[in-house]
Design a protein around this ligand. Structure first.
Ligand code: HEC
Ligand code: HEC
Length: 332
């Protein structure tokens, strides 16, 4: 085997392919592969398998799946029922059907998701998404017909949760939302439209302030999401609990919000001053909603004479000091 020139991603993207039958695709030699790609495959392949002859195989894409996908796509709670931990499970697809079509990357939902042609883009934790090389490798694998490796591939195991180095970010909490919440909180989920219009399948949607904010950076007490998973606001989430989230999961999400509801790249969200909120909880003496300060003004409308101890709904806007300027306060 000749050594090729430096890595050329174009070699992955556009192999000069002629139409072939399914069987052809699995057996044929990868004519489109450059020497560079073949070299890479040799370097990463198990020694007993002739990578250059076999083209891209599951064993080559497995490390990408293991490190970026199976934290959400494995086990009984796998997002959308899609398990990417074995070739067999990957081929089974999600609750909506197959996600790969051998020989047809553009018609494969898995490829569409990692390229952002279907939304939300995968991995859900992104950005960062996959690199151009990783995307090209998966595309080539699908295009060449979803080859297995020579022998069996051990089921990929969910990597240990990354040690939380630095402040908690979206990458740490997203798997909880993916496996416990998104089945309902997406459009076209088990309840049809997302309940209350609240979609939890991306960072942007989770933080959205379009109708009102449910995650208030730096202010867990004003975050309806945290109130719901603690059960301070009813009905408690996830709605199909118990089991609800564990104490450690709730603490992680609280810490994420307290430290600025950072995205996966570690950037904190600005506190959405002036944004609308709608919160539920217990009214306490001194106009507190649990531990959140409420600012009552002459414009505040109150219904059904709420008194300390009552379970109430508060609608208002976020003030500059983390308090809520109340538009409406009603007993529930
Ligand atoms: C943090 C959790 C998480 C990670 C990591 C993640 N996903 Fe997903 N994935 C989801 C969720 C949640 C959905 C459902 C989103 C929706 O469509 O509303 C989904 C949907 C998908 C779908 C669509 C299935 C269908 O039938 O429509 C594919 C394909 C997919 N993911 C592939 C991947 C791949 C490949 C990776 C890794 C590169 C990945 N995912 C990483 C959570 C995740
Ligand atoms: C089985 C479906 C289901 C699951 C799973 C689920 N929810 Fe909900 N969620 C709902 C429904 C229905 C509502 C509206 C309930 C109401 O207030 O009457 C809701 C409301 C909410 C609200 C209030 C939205 C608003 O605009 O005030 C938040 C926040 C929320 N859910 C977060 C979550 C989180 C976080 C999870 C996962 C830990 C989760 N939900 C899991 C169905 C679900």
């Amino acid at each position: 085997m000749e050594r090729g020139p430096p890595i050329d991603t174009a070699a992955y993207v556009s192999p000069p392919d002629t139409p072939a039958t399914e069987g052809d695709k699995r057996r044929r030699r990868p004519r489109g592969l450059s020497g560079a790609l073949a070299t890479i495959l040799i370097l990463t392949a198990p020694t007993d398998y002739d990578a250059a002859a076999a083209g891209v195989a599951f064993g080559d894409v497995a490390p990408v799946l293991a490190s970026r996908c199976i934290v959400c796509h494995s086990g009984s709670g796998a997002a959308l029922g899609l398990r990417l931990d074995t070739l067999e499970n990957l081929r089974k697809g999600s609750s909506r059907g197959p996600v790969v079509v051998a020989g047809d990357p553009a018609g494969s939902e898995l490829i569409r998701r990692i390229k952002g042609d279907s939304q939300p883009r995968m991995p859900m934790t992104g950005p960062p998404y996959l690199s151009g090389e990783e995307i090209a490798l998966l595309e080539t694998w699908v295009k060449e017909g979803l080859a297995a490796t020579g022998g069996n591939v051990e089921p990929l195991t969910r990597p240990a949760p990354p040690p939380v180095a630095g402040p908690v970010n979206y990458g740490h909490v997203a798997p909880i939302f993916a496996t416990r919440c998104v089945k309902c909180h997406r459009d076209g989920g088990v309840m049809g439209a997302a309940p209350e219009g609240y979609v939890l399948n991306s960072y942007q949607a989770t933080m959205s302030a379009v109708d009102r904010v449910r995650v208030v950076s730096g202010n867990p007490a004003a975050s309806e999401l945290l109130r719901r998973i603690r059960g301070q606001a009813r009905p408690r989430m996830p709605l199909d609990g118990p089991p609800y989230l564990g104490d450690a999961e709730i603490a992680l999400i609280e810490d994420w919000i307290t430290r600025g509801a950072r995205n996966s790249e570690g950037q904190a969200a600005a506190p959405p001053i002036g944004a609308k909120v709608r919160l539920h909880g217990s009214l306490r003496p001194g106009w507190l909603l649990d531990d959140l300060s409420l600012r009552i003004t002459p414009r505040t409308r109150t219904d059904k004479s709420p008194a300390p101890g009552d379970y109430v709904q508060v609608r208002g806007r976020l003030g500059a000091r983390g308090e809520v300027e109340v538009d409406r306060l009603r007993r529930r």
